[in-house]
Every structure is written in structure tokens, then in C-alpha cells.
Design a protein around this ligand. Sequence first.
Ligand SMILES: *[C@@H]1O[C@H](CO)[C@@H](O)[C@H](O)[C@H]1NC(C)=O
Ligand SMILES: *[C@@H]1O[C@H](CO)[C@@H](O)[C@H](O)[C@H]1NC(C)=O
Ligand SMILES: *[C@@H]1O[C@H](CO)[C@@H](O)[C@H](O)[C@H]1NC(C)=O
Ligand SMILES: *[C@@H]1O[C@H](CO)[C@@H](O)[C@H](O)[C@H]1NC(C)=O
Ligand SMILES: *[C@@H]1O[C@H](CO)[C@@H](O)[C@H](O)[C@H]1NC(C)=O
Length: 406
Amino acid sequence: MLNKVIFVVSVLGLVAADNLVCSDSFCQKYRDENGCSNVALACRAQNSTHNGRLFSAPVACSCCETCIENIEVDDDCTLGSLGSPIPHGRCGPGLTCTIQEDEHTTCQQMTDTACLIERTAYDTGRLDGSLGHLMQRASCDDDGGYSPIKCIPGQICYCIDDEGRRIFGEALNILGIEVLMKCECSRQEIALTTVLNTDMRVPFVRCTETGSFDRLQCIKDLCVCVDAHSGFTTSSVVNITTHEMKTLPCYNGSGYEDNNYHRDCEVQKAELIQKLHEDARKGVFLVDASEPLEFCQPDGYFSRIQVNSTHKFCADKYGKPIGNYAARLKSTEATNMTCNCARVELVLKEKNAFEIPICCPNGNYRKLSCRRGLCYCTDENGNQVTEQVHHDDIRTLECYDDENYC
Ligand SMILES: *[C@@H]1O[C@H](CO)[C@@H](O)[C@H](O)[C@H]1NC(C)=O
Ligand SMILES: *[C@@H]1O[C@H](CO)[C@@H](O)[C@H](O)[C@H]1NC(C)=O
Ligand SMILES: *[C@@H]1O[C@H](CO)[C@@H](O)[C@H](O)[C@H]1NC(C)=O
Ligand SMILES: *[C@@H]1O[C@H](CO)[C@@H](O)[C@H](O)[C@H]1NC(C)=O
Ligand SMILES: *[C@@H]1O[C@H](CO)[C@@H](O)[C@H](O)[C@H]1NC(C)=O
């Protein structure tokens, strides 16, 4: 694991360096010198017979775009494989390339992704009247994966990956939130963490609390502005040791002190990585039996679960305990701890909201929630997962366990 830390640090150093070179002015120059080939008719027409999707072309810094035509239902397609060239066409939205009985492949309706199955179950439930009143219809993308946010009425929306798993990023559930919140940064961040199999690396991208890209990105003392949704650079690189951070056009004084980009948590984490690095070089391998904890969030603040010598506890973004939400180390309550409810309680209280969920002593959502006299089962993120019943009928709920809700 320690060797991996070193490897990761150096790889990301290179990625970061590459990243900084790709700017709008670089692409302008690239296009002036090399030109981009015309995008195919399908992407220019975008009508019912000719339509397609634009992707970055495989040229330096993805400075050009290329069109991949949407193939219609029952038309022939090819299954991509590793190393095969980029096809000119692929099955259109909601379709997938399927092998037929005679062994040739055609585009057919997708039905079997987790998101599509969940959406169909919702639609069936609406017809037969078995839906809970707070349940939300799953929103799926063109490939049948989950759209980036999931919302709980009256509480928050949070980011999910394309398989529907919760990832970093949340915001109050307000009207129009799906336009502002697309979780591009947290989806990139989780992909990287999964590929590299560690959170202990020099962060090369910082997200905002809602999962977009922080407009200001720095690696050591080099800083650059990026677009909040694409992550592409929008300014030239500034060395903040020689020029103040406020010379960057995206600089916003709130949240930074003394020309210092890095937040307390990131500084502490960098020291920790440095130490692992040095120990590894000396050949000392610390054996840490405790489960690894994610120390900082992708926005550079403290993660929701923190630990001291005796307890795990729920923390706000500055690392301070939220209420008394805690559990003794190694207890079941500690193993299962999410602090999801504790963090939501915190933001709703700050907004003086009327309806605040009741959390378990370890900061998790209760398995059974009641609202306006109706009760239902909830999952670990606070979503309603069964029909609601009147409070008097609470014993009929599958999650009912003799007043034991945590
Ligand atoms: C779609 O656009 C193409 C190219 O402009 C044209 O040839 C075709 O007739 C159009 N189809 C429809 C249905 O409008
Ligand atoms: C930024 O400028 C300082 C002072 O001139 C220099 O020491 C440092 O190496 C520069 N940083 C980079 C990454 O070039
Ligand atoms: C700076 O950021 C804060 C918090 O994101 C925002 O409320 C404020 O309007 C921003 N200020 C400027 C000048 O953009
Ligand atoms: C650890 O945190 C818990 C919960 O906040 C607190 O009750 C306990 O006193 C703390 N222990 C130490 C040693 O700081
Ligand atoms: C809590 O942990 C126990 C055992 O460690 C497990 O069986 C149970 O499913 C967990 N509960 C939740 C809500 O995660």
C-alpha cells in the first residue's frame, strides 16, 4: 500500500502537468495550425433521421470534436472491443448493441440496467397505487445509467455514480437544482479513487460541496481557473508565490486566507502522505489494523466521519463534532456509521427548516421514519423505500422492530 502512495504521487504529478498545458489559448493555436476535420452530417442535422453525439476527438488536449452517429433500432451495429478503432456510429439513446440468434448484431431497446429496472418498477407502482408519496422516479441517461443526482423531498439532493451509488456532493433540494448540480467533479474523483484504489494521493482536482469543479485549482504553488462543469482551464497558469492569488480572474476571497489555497484538512493530509512516503523510503511499513478512513472530502474540508482514540464521531466540514453523534470504536454502531442524517440535520437547522429528520445516536438515518402522521421505511440515505402507513399501523411495516429504529 505504501509503495502505491509513491507511485500515485508521481503519476498524478504528470497528469497535473499535462492538465495545466491544455488551455483555451493552446487549443486556439492548435486549431489554427492543424485545423479540425468537419463534424459529420448527423451532428449538424440532429433531426429524426440523422442525429449523433459529439465527443472529444483523440488529438492533443482534445481540442477538436468528433461526431458519432446514432444508429436506430433494428439497424446493424458493431460491438466495440479493446484496441478497435472509434466507430462512426453507435446505438442511439436507450438502445444497446445486441447479438441476435443468427449471430449478427443490431441495436435493441435496453431494458436491463439497474436504472431502467428501477424506473419501470416505479411506473408499475404508480399504476397499481403501491408507490410511497416521497418516492422519486429514477432518472436514467442515454446509456441506461443513473443521472447524476438523487433527491429527497424536503431535504437534500446528493450525487450518485452511474450505477446509483452515493458519492460526494450534496445541496438543499431547491427548485431547478438539477440544472446547477451535475456532479461532474465528484464522478471524476470517484473514478480516480477506484482506479488507483486509494484516497491517499495528492489531490489533483478539487470539487465544490455540490460536486462541480472548484473554479480555482492549484497544484503546489501553480494555480489556474477552470470551468465549473467541464473542468477545462479558462485562464493561464499563475505562480502564487510570485503573483498573488487574487490576480486570477476566478478568485473569490471567501474561503481563503493569506494567499493560501490549501485548506486545513488538505494540509494535514499532505503531511500524512509525506510521512507515509518517508516511512516507505526508510523501509518502515506501519501496520495499521484499523479500517482506513477517508480523511478529507473532495472539496478539501473534513469528511463527515472522524475518529479520536475512543470514538468515531460525526463532524461538520471543519472537523468539529455535530451534536453528540458518536459510537465507540469497533462497535456495530461504529462499523455501520454513515453520519448522513447528522449532516442533513445540520444544513436543515442552518436554514431554519420546519421538518428535520430524527437521527440515530450514531448519526445514521432511522430505519423507520414518520412525517405528518404517516410512517414508512427509509434507507441509509433517508429515501422512502416502502409505502407509508398510518402511525397506528406501524407494526405492519417490514422495518418495524419493536421500537428499535436504529
Ligand atoms: C434531416 O437532415 C438531413 C440533412 O440535412 C436531410 O437530408 C433529411 O431529409 C432530414 N430529415 C428529416 C426527416 O427532416
Ligand atoms: C514559483 O515561484 C517561486 C519563486 O520564484 C519558485 O521558487 C517556484 O519554484 C515557482 N514554482 C514553480 C512550480 O515553478
Ligand atoms: C464568493 O463565493 C461565495 C460562496 O460561494 C458567494 O456567496 C459569493 O457571492 C461569491 N462572491 C463573488 C464576488 O463572486
Ligand atoms: C472522542 O469523541 C467522543 C465523541 O465526541 C467524546 O465523547 C470523547 O470524549 C472523545 N474522546 C477523546 C479521548 O477525546
Ligand atoms: C450493521 O452491521 C451489521 C453487522 O456488522 C449488519 O448485519 C447490518 O446489516 C448493518 N446494518 C446496516 C443498516 O448497515
